[in-house]
Design a protein. Structure first.
Lengths: 280, 322, 333
């Protein structure tokens, strides 16, 4: 707990780590883009602002697409969606995974058996195909996309949390708390959760990247919300013009690549900062 | 037994389900402890001492038998029913490194008993905790430290402080000095004797070290493979242990006396403790007993009081038929 | 003790470790000891007194880079082990000197049958066939009192109890009939009845093959029962040495006295009915990199006088094998 609350120490460790710095810089740019998208491009990403197929680094930084829409505006607005999906889906995943894994690990017995059966069921769903099916059935809206991603991804986290909780729950200090009459909820939150937190933070940060990839994949296949500009949608739309206008595919593709890479690097940096032992 | 009995177990049985099979860790044990009394529980590792201690204060639920505490049988109380009793039934664990949460300060750890049971306000709790720390022989400055910042002996003092915080009436001490260096062990033993003398609580003091038990206990129960084989007042047991296993334990005590001083007669025991999953039939000690007879394999000896030794109970065909 | 009768003699041994502040500090400091064949020397002290480091220094099993031997000699069979090459030293270990460690599980390979492990250590030192080594390993298991040795030889360590595992470790240590056996808390992890069995085994074998034994322990009862001579260590130094009889009649160093007084003695107390509190040694062993100029025990000593913090007391040998390092020891006995 001390580690995590004492932001200085964890932050310092991340900042002194090369990949940590790189990832922070990339993510910083993307976050700024997302925040200031309406200021930079007040007309929105769907507005036709110039001629079609204008190459990048001319009048428009990243050029225009086949309808003359500014690709840079699309990247900026797409960043909002990617981050939103990544964060909200991860939040749901972490919540589900921690609650289910925590209860299963703490109570054991039939609670554990039941919850792990359910978890196993969800784990057997092939993740991406599962997400496609869910969105195809429920309809392509942003909440459905987020929900689909969360549903197919929470199970591994639940197992991870369960394993960590099981490790902690057998320690004598937990028994001492039970002997004092501490309530289960309090034991879970005050005594056990802090021990699980670093695992959840690391797994969760990687989960953000996975969720962004999923969303891009769904949009690419045309299963994204049609009223929203996303990176995956841009790649999908530019696919047919790849010979004439390479930038339509490449630029949003790079945006996805860098974002996912940066988040993964940050996850690793977190891992190192929270478990100094993992390195040496 | 008189009304002085604070806690009394009858036919207490606790099974552990392991991948290798069912372990009868505690198998039909009778036991009672009076107000102000310390019952010493001795036996080799794996014989079920910890399981018995934990079951007695209901950290485990027994599979069979009763636990009379006050005028109630708490053997099958639910978590909710147990909660108000928790402060009265306490435990000190063996490993002072595992029994304190490494992420909480000493003050947080010692405040827990009071906040759980809603005793005092913030200011009062601060003061009670300071007093508690001093009661176990530490300076209240220690309160802001974390467990890894203090020594093993000091940690064990904190664990004891937590156990006595709510003035418990039953305290199970599970090998509280086994993990400590001799010199520190002496400090903790002295502290526990002092606290116990002033409290009037019933203590179950578990150890594999007969010398420590002999120093702490009023009465001693000897455990082997889930059963109590002998239960006697300390002085009687020390003068003349009756069960062959007790005799073996006694003769294995290494006394720090000059080599020229005569030692107790050695009762050799061969071999290892058998598996608790598959204990020998009849008397469980027979695979190692130097006096084993045919009847020992056929019939299980009962825990009986020999005519000439009131207060002592032994389960051995040799003793009981004599 | 005269050198001629000793199988192992250690003179002025000093081992240093690197502190986190990058300075070298001694963990074994000017230690002398002698062991005769067929004799057990007990080395006693609290945790962190340097007992294990002494043993590791003798065997030259110190971690590289953070530790170094900084003087002294270790004489075994006319050779000074501190000057041998690493290759030569490897041959000495297991052959002339063996060690038994505290935790039997960690000193055995979990993935190899115990029979193979014993055979392996024989093959390491002797030029015999695998079949002969296997046969010898079964004999050794029989020697250390394992029933059905031919069957048990095929077992893996996890299939054996702690007592049996420790016997295997002893069998490996004895495979080449060493001249010296160093046993570092060989029974601390074992139950009392098993403990007695293992110590009896070491004692019998010692007489049988005439080896010298260094028994490291913190249990004075075990010392009284199994050792002929006693050496008390504190903060890396030898503070008292005596034969067992003299020592238990009345130790001379305040630390030894306190150690002996801190052992619960129900026998005596049940007879007299008088349960006096045990002797407590206040505080703990000081960190060895932060020792002051005087006697390292001064902070915890009930007999401290002004002179104690001036200089480290010399170890005064009043007779061969009998001595004490305390400026007030003369007034204590
Ligand atoms: N790898 C190491 N690095 C630094 N210091 C060490 C190291 N190993 C041991 N020491 C220090 O050397 C001193 C002696 O340690 P040693 O292990 O010999 O004690 P011991 O007497 O065997 O204790 P125990 O009874 O706990 O086994 C201690 O102060 C210890 O902290
Ligand atoms: N939580 C548990 N799950 C399964 N088996 C256990 C558990 N606790 C103890 N046992 C088994 O029960 C027996 C008695 O154990 P324990 O009460 O810890 O003995 P002791 O305290 O005397 O060493 C042993 O065989 C042990 O392996
Ligand atoms: S009943 Fe038989 S086997 Fe058991 S302790 Fe008595 S004599 Fe030994
Ligand atoms: S030299 Fe002084 S401080 Fe050290 S043991 Fe002797 S009396 Fe105590
Ligand atoms: Mg136990
Ligand atoms: Mg050691």
């Amino acid at each position: 707990m001390a580690d995590l609350l004492n932001k200085n120490s964890v932050l310092r460790k991340i900042v002194t780590n090369v990949s940590g710095v790189i990832s922070l810089v990339i993510l910083g740019i993307i976050v700024l883009l997302a925040i200031f998208a309406p200021v930079l491009y007040p007309d929105g990403p769907f507005e036709m602002v110039g001629n079609p197929f204008m190459p990048p680094f001319g009048e428009f930084l990243f050029g225009t697409d086949m309808l003359g829409r500014d690709i840079a505006a699309g990247i900026a607005y797409g960043a909002r969606i990617s981050l939103l999906v990544g964060l909200v889906a991860t939040f749901i995943i972490v919540l589900l995974g921690t609650v289910i894994g925590g209860l299963a690990g703490y109570y054991g017995g039939w609670v554990d058996t039941l919850m792990m059966r359910v978890t196993e069921f969800f784990q057997t769903i092939p993740t991406f195909i599962g997400a496609i099916v869910i969105v195809a059935i429920l309809g392509p809206t942003l909440p459905n996309v987020i929900g689909a991603i969360a549903i197919v991804s929470w199970a591994p986290l639940a197992r991870l949390v369960r394993a960590e909780v099981k490790k902690t729950v057998n320690l004598e200090y937990i028994e001492a708390c039970i002997a004092l009459g501490m309530s289960d909820i309090r034991i879970l939150i005050v005594q056990i959760l802090p021990n699980v937190l670093s695992t959840v933070v690391v797994a969760g940060s990687l989960m953000v990247a996975t969720a962004i990839l999923f969303e891009s994949g769904l949009s690419f296949l045309g299963l994204g919300d049609p009223n929203i500009m996303t990176w995956g949608f841009m790649v999908g739309a530019g696919r047919s013009a790849i010979r004439t206008a390479w930038w339509m595919v490449t630029i949003p593709g790079l945006a996805i690549l860098f974002t996912v890479l940066a988040i993964n690097l940050l996850g690793d940096a977190f891992n190192e900062a929270l478990n100094p032992r993992s390195k040496r | 037994m008189t009304d002085d009995v604070l806690i009394e177990a009858r036919d207490l049985t606790k099974l552990h389900h392991t991948p290798g099979g069912v372990v009868r860790a505690v198998d039909g044990i009778d036991l009672s402890i009076r107000r102000g009394e310390t019952l010493g529980l001795v036996g080799e590792s794996g014989c079920g001492k910890s399981t018995l201690g934990r079951t007695l204060i209901r950290l485990h639920e027994p599979d069979q038998g009763s636990i009379r505490y006050g005028d109630r049988d708490i053997a099958h109380f639910s978590r909710r029913e147990l909660r108000p009793l928790r402060g009265e039934l306490q435990m000190v664990f063996q490993d002072p490194f595992a029994s304190l949460n490494p992420r909480r300060s000493i003050r947080q750890i010692l405040t827990e008993p009071f906040s759980i049971h809603g005793i005092g306000n913030r200011r009062e709790r601060r003061q009670i905790v300071d007093e508690l720390i001093e009661k176990v022989g530490l300076h209240s400055d220690f309160s802001e430290r974390y467990p890894h910042e203090i020594s093993g002996g000091q940690r064990q003092r904190i664990a004891i402080a937590r156990a006595i915080a709510l003035d418990p009436s039953v305290v199970v001490c599970d090998e509280p000095v086994s993990a400590l260096d001799v010199s520190v062990q002496a400090q903790i033993i002295n502290l526990m004797r002092r606290l116990q003398a002033s409290s009037g609580a019933a203590y179950l003091f578990i150890s594999h070290d007969l010398s420590v038990i002999g120093y702490m206990a009023d009465r001693i129960a000897v455990m082997y493979l889930g059963e109590i084989v002998e239960d006697a007042p300390k002085a009687a047991l020390w003068k003349e242990p009756l069960h062959p296993y007790t005799q073996a334990l006694f003769s294995a005590i290494a006394q720090p006396d000059p080599p020229s001083v005569p030692r107790r007669k050695r009762v050799p025991v061969e071999g290892d403790i058998p598996s608790a999953i598959n204990p020998p039939s009849g008397c469980r000690f027979r695979s190692r007993c130097p006096f084993a007879m045919p009847i020992c394999a056929e019939r299980k000896p009962e825990l009986k009081e020999p005519a000439d030794r009131p207060g002592t109970h032994v389960s051995c065909h040799l003793v009981n038929s004599a | 003790m005269t050198t001629s009768s000793s199988v192992l003699s250690v003179r002025g041994l000093r081992t240093e470790f690197l502190s986190s502040e990058k300075t070298w500090f001694p963990v074994v400091n000017h230690v002398d000891l002698e062991v005769a064949p067929g004799e057990t020397l007990a080395v006693v002290g609290e945790s962190g007194c340097g007992k294990s480091m002494l043993a590791h220094s003798v065997l030259r099993l110190l971690p590289k880079k953070i530790s170094r031997l900084q003087g002294g000699e270790v004489l075994l069979g006319g050779r000074d082990l501190t000057t041998l090459s690493d290759e030569k030293m490897r041959q000495v270990r297991g052959n002339d000197i063996s060690m038994v460690f505290q935790e039997p599980m960690t000193s055995l390979n979990p993935l190899m049958t115990v029979g193979n492990q014993i055979a392996e250590s024989i093959l390491e030192h002797e030029d015999i066939s695998t079949a002969d080594a296997t046969r010898r390993s079964v004999e050794l298991m029989d020697l250390v009192g394992i029933s059905e040795p031919a069957v048990r030889a095929h077992h893996y360590p996890f299939q054996l109890s702690g007592g049996l595992r420790q016997r295997i470790v002893i069998a490996i240590a004895l495979a080449c009939k060493p001249k010296v056996l160093i046993a570092d808390e060989p029974t601390t992890a074992l139950d009392v009845t098993i403990q007695a069995q293992v110590l009896r085994l070491i004692d019998d074998l010692k007489t049988e093959i005439g080896m010298g034994v260094i028994l490291i322990t913190h249990d004075l009862g075990v010392v009284a029962e199994w050792a002929q001579r006693v050496m008390i260590m504190y903060a890396g130094r030898k503070v008292e040495e005596a034969d067992a009889e003299t020592f238990f009649q009345g130790p001379a160093h305040p630390y030894s006295q306190a150690l002996l007084g801190s052992v619960p003695r129900p026998d005596a107390q049940i007879d007299s009915g008088d349960f006096a509190p045990l002797v407590e040694i206040p505080g703990t062993v000081p960190p060895l990199n932060k020792l002051g100029p005087g006697c390292a025990f001064a902070d915890r000593c009930a007999h401290r006088t002004a002179g104690c913090t001036q200089a480290v007391p010399d170890f005064i040998e009043v007779a061969p094998g009998r001595g004490v390092a305390c400026i007030n020891a003369g007034d204590l006995s």
